[in-house]
Structure formats: C-alpha cells, structure tokens
Ligand binder design. Structure first.
Ligand code: FES
Length: 106
C-alpha cells in the first residue's frame, strides 16, 4: 500500500493508503477525499482532478503527456506544480507523497 496525503486549500489533511496501480484520482474518489471532482471519470478532458504536487515529488511522477499538458494550459493554470490526478498512476515510489487541491474544486 502507498500512503498519499491530500490537502485541501484550507489546510485540511486526509491521508489514505491505496494500492499500486490505480490513479491518484481514483485513490481520492474511492476514499471520499474532498477537493477532487473528476467529472469526466479520468478521461483527461475536465481538469477537475487538479492537484499541486509538494516540493520534491514532481520528479518522482510519470511525465505529463501532451494531452495532460494541453488540458492544464487551456485552463489558464500557471503553477508548475499542477498535474491532473487521473493521469498519475500510483507507484511504490509515491509512498508518502503530499498534494494540495485547488479552492475551486470542492
Ligand atoms: Fe477529468 Fe482528470 S478526471 S481530467
């Protein structure tokens, strides 16, 4: 199991233990995490699973594909820590990762 801590914009933390192989979006939805909407169900076209990855963790993630980068850019996001949780598979190397959700996702 891999521990992921999701932090809402107001600082509320929720740590969950999830299996390898699902996405960080699925991990949040399955555990009732606030701040991840995932309207499109993980198909990379709603942008409502946005997370901001804590310092030191970005280079441990799979690189964002062109489709993900385009979706983030189209939303006007400028924070370089932004990723779409549905596009990030949970791996052992992510054990302990901390991510924050934006205020507009509730
Ligand atoms: Fe829609 Fe991630 S769930 S883009």
């Amino acid at each position: 199991m891999v521990k992921i801590t999701y932090i809402t914009h107001d600082g509320t933390e929720q740590a969950v233990d999830v299996p390898v192989g699902i996405s960080m979006m699925e991990a949040a939805i399955q555990n009732g995490v606030d701040g991840i909407e995932a309207v499109c169900g993980g198909n990379c076209y709603c942008g409502t699973c946005r997370i901001y990855v804590a310092d030191g963790w970005l280079d441990k993630l799979n690189p964002a594909a062109e489709e993900e980068l385009a979706m983030i850019e189209a939303s006007g996001e400028e924070d370089p820590r932004a990723r779409l949780a549905c596009q990030i598979p949970v791996t052992e190397t992510l054990d302990g990762i901390r991510v924050t959700t934006p205020e507009f996702q509730k």
